[in-house]
Design a protein around this ligand. Structure first.
Ligand code: ZN
Ligand code: ZN
Length: 291
């Protein structure tokens, strides 16, 4: 099956390296029919107190970590307007405005995000968990988990997967919006952290709660990732549970658009997995069972 969509992408102004228009042009040249932009929407009142924040400043990524929802809405408003303007210029491409939104457990989160979604009207939202929430001390990311002393690192990793399960079980009734699917459930693998039992437990919660997921090919270069042919157990579990799945490249530049799609798609189909089409996936939401 040829994947004709790329829905998890990032652009310049956030933490991507190319403009939306460059991304559209390359996606079009590579035969994609649909491209969606899903820049990071990460809002936490104390994010600037996080250990990783000084590295973010140094790396020029401060603009994706926000403690001010109005600022984030404003930045996304301008970005969405620019993306929507591309639709007229590239009528043959299906160009979508998405968000990769981080889930947090601070009490005002649902309300604040609901307000942002109502005003920005994204075409879809990818739910992500890049952090462990430390309240007034900000957040810890996967690098912080990796760099902690061994016992502490293990404990934090466990906490990461427990939160992932909580996200899968999240009660959306008080929210005016939902996530469409979950980004990279295997994110800790990016830094070489893997806790197989906990990851399998998270997939279990994902399946029980009908949470659609993505297979993120950006992690495939990592030796610890579910390398097709090496350890297909995870892919098999996803196939067995019939978890709705799409492929994503998590492209932060034009070079990554559609990268490794063929390899991962064939590994996935070898396990009996049926990958979703873009239309399938965009119609999905957390906690809503397919009929
Ligand atoms: Zn990113
Ligand atoms: Zn991500």
């Amino acid at each position: 099956m040829k994947i004709d969509y790329t829905l998890h992408t990032h652009t310049v102004g956030f933490d991507g390296r190319n403009s939306a228009e460059d991304m559209v042009r390359v996606a079009c040249a590579r035969g994609f029919k649909t491209i969606g932009f899903s820049n990071h929407f990460i809002v936490h009142p104390d994010i600037s107190k996080s250990p990783m924040y000084k590295y973010a400043l140094r790396g020029g990524y401060a603009n994706i970590y926000s403690d001010d929802i109005e600022c984030s809405i404003c930045r996304f408003g301008e970005h969405f307007a620019a993306v929507r303007a591309l639709r007229r210029k590239y009528p043959d491409m299906n160009i979508l405005c998405g968000m990769e939104m981080d889930w947090f457990q601070y009490p005002e989160w649902g309300q604040a995000m609901g307000n942002a979604v109502a005003r920005l009207r994204p075409d879809y939202i990818i739910g992500a968990m890049h952090f462990i929430d430390r309240g007034m001390d900000g957040v810890l990311n996967v690098h912080d988990i990796k760099n902690a002393p061994a016992v502490e690192s293990r404990r934090l990793l466990r906490e990461y997967y427990q939160n992932l399960m909580r996200l899968a079980e999240f009660d959306w009734r008080g929210c005016s919006f939902r996530f469409n699917w979950m980004a990279h459930f295997d994110l800790p693998r990016k830094v070489g952290l893997h806790f197989p039992e906990m990851e399998a437990g998270a997939l279990d919660a994902i399946a029980r709660n009908s949470v659609p997921i993505e297979l993120n090919t950006a992690l495939i270069k990592n030796k610890n990732y579910v390398a097709p042919g090496k350890d297909d157990e995870t892919l098999k579990q996803i196939a067995e549970y019939k978890i709705p799945t799409l492929l994503s490249d998590d492209a932060h530049d034009v070079a990554r658009i559609g990268a490794d799609f063929d390899t991962v798609a064939s590994a996935a189909s070898a396990t009996g997995m049926k990958l979703c089409t873009a239309t399938d996936m965009l119609a999905k939401m957390f906690g809503v069972r397919a009929r």
